[in-house]
Design a protein around this ligand. Structure first.
Ligand code: FES
Ligand SMILES: [Fe+2]
Length: 436
């Protein structure tokens, strides 16, 4: 329990601005762990990671270590990864299969639903020691949608259906791309960490504005690399950031839209996967497999997904192009770890799934061409925010230009604006002020 003097959170978030302490104050971080990660529905894992009884993965909700495990009754359980004896983490592998969970320290063993099976040297236990009282604690609430498993460490608060709301359609949009109607998060994972606040990564997921600039070396056309060197001919042609002229790439991105809904969730607009009459043996085989399951018309619909880059606030993003699920773990106010799971589409040709994984290696691994650009921006932002030049971070692009979107029961704006970041802070303020 945080027991210091509490900031007035309402004064830290203004129209189009955020106080820098939201990224730098360790006391605010502590309150986030308690009020936001301690109560929100948080993505913990996917059914395909624990297909058999005894299968488990270890992860975190906020800073709290948890085990997602399938019990003998076929149900997934989210157990707090803390021995009921003296507190040691019971499960230390990233994933595995266990008939029971045995603590290294003094050998207490637990069933896969957390029930304490037995203590070692039981004759020494206190007279009133009751095994039934010493199981691994369970997350009070757990729920799933199409394989995506979420848990809440609070017994109370918004229900799962209310929380997920229109984001179900985002998940459908991706999962329907699998000819067998299921996705698999079973192809390993990438991990990276950065010296910056967790919200920098979350904000970045729906920040299309940065793409033509931060990722210029990857997305811009040849000859459009941005350079500010005086007298450099190429640099003089395209002076990004000067306000004089935009590149073809940034012009192309201006047509994209962002959408936000309650709870800080959002997404950016559609991606046409059939782009430019794409063809290859693997792609053609995939289309055939999908059409065989859903018919030609539905296949064409599915391959023009309406959603792209979905953010499930506060800790998960699902990207539809170089397909993956990304999970953000806050470590400290200025330290964050991120796990990226490649997605395999069940029923798609192996060759296509393999290529998707290879693409992700290039774009989102810790040593990739794209993700590293962002990590450098996060580090620079965290360092820059220690400057006392201004207390405010500006998130005002497009303020007042938001439009209601009845199709999705959402609010929409140009993806080059900062509406999605503002929506995240609306949710943040709600959680931090005591709302659920
Ligand atoms: S801390 Fe786990 S058995 Fe003692
Ligand atoms: Fe980026």
């Amino acid at each position: 329990m945080y027991d210091g003097t509490e900031p007035d959170f309402g004064k830290l978030i203004g129209p189009g601005r955020v106080h820098r302490s939201v990224y730098t104050d360790p006391a605010i971080f502590e309150i986030e762990m308690e009020r936001l990660f301690g109560r929100a529905w948080v993505f913990v894992g996917h059914d395909s990671q624990i297909p058999e009884p005894g299968d488990y993965i270890t992860t975190k909700i906020g800073r709290q270590p948890v085990i997602l495990i399938r019990h003998g009754d076929g149900k997934p359980y989210v157990l707090l990864n803390r021995c009921a004896h003296r507190g040691a983490k019971v499960c230390n592998e990233a994933c595995g299969n266990a008939k029971r969970l045995v603590c290294l320290y003094h050998g207490w063993s637990y069933d896969t639903d957390g029930t304490l099976l037995g203590v070692t040297m039981p004759e020494g236990s206190a007279r009133d020691f009751d095994v039934a009282e010493f199981g691994l604690a369970r997350a009070p609430r757990i729920a799933a949608y199409r394989g995506f498993i979420f848990a809440s460490l609070s017994a109370e608060g918004a229900g799962f259906d209310e929380f997920l709301g229109p984001m179900k359609a985002n998940i459908d949009d991706l999962v329907d791309r699998a000819p067998d109607g299921e996705i698999l998060l079973d192809a390993g994972r990438h991990r990276y960490s950065y010296r910056g606040n967790w919200k920098l990564q979350i904000e970045n997921v729906l920040d299309s504005y940065h793409v033509p600039f931060s990722h210029a070396s990857t997305v811009n056309e040849k000859g459009e690399q941005f350079s500010r060197r005086e007298g450099d001919e190429k640099g003089a042609k395209v002076v990004e950031g000067s306000g004089k002229k935009d590149s073809k790439t940034s012009d192309a991105w201006k047509g994209r839209r962002s959408y936000v809904v309650d709870f800080g969730h959002g997404w950016t607009s559609k991606t046409d996967l059939n782009d430019k009459g794409r063809t290859s043996p693997a792609w053609d085989a995939y289309r055939k497999a999908l059409a065989a399951k859903v018919g030609e018309d539905r296949m064409e619909e599915i391959l023009t997904p309406q959603f792209h880059n979905s953010l499930l606030y506060p800790n998960c993003s699902v990207m539809g192009l170089n397909i993956h699920v990304r999970v953000v773990h806050p470590v400290a106010v200025d330290r964050t770890e991120v796990v990226v799971y490649p997605i395999r589409l069940k029923g798609a040709p192996d060759e296509m799934n393999f290529r998707n994984i290879r693409l992700l290696n290039v774009t989102h691994s810790g040593a990739s061409f794209v993700q590293t650009d962002d990590l450098e921006s996060f580090r620079r932002t965290q360092e820059g925010l220690h400057s006392l030049q201004s207390d405010w971070v500006d998130i005002s692009r497009g303020l007042g230009e938001e439009e209601a979107d009845r199709r999705y029961n959402a609010t929409s704006e140009s993806a080059m604006h900062e509406m999605a970041v503002r929506a995240q802070y609306k949710a943040w303020l709600h959680y931090m002020s005591g709302g659920t």
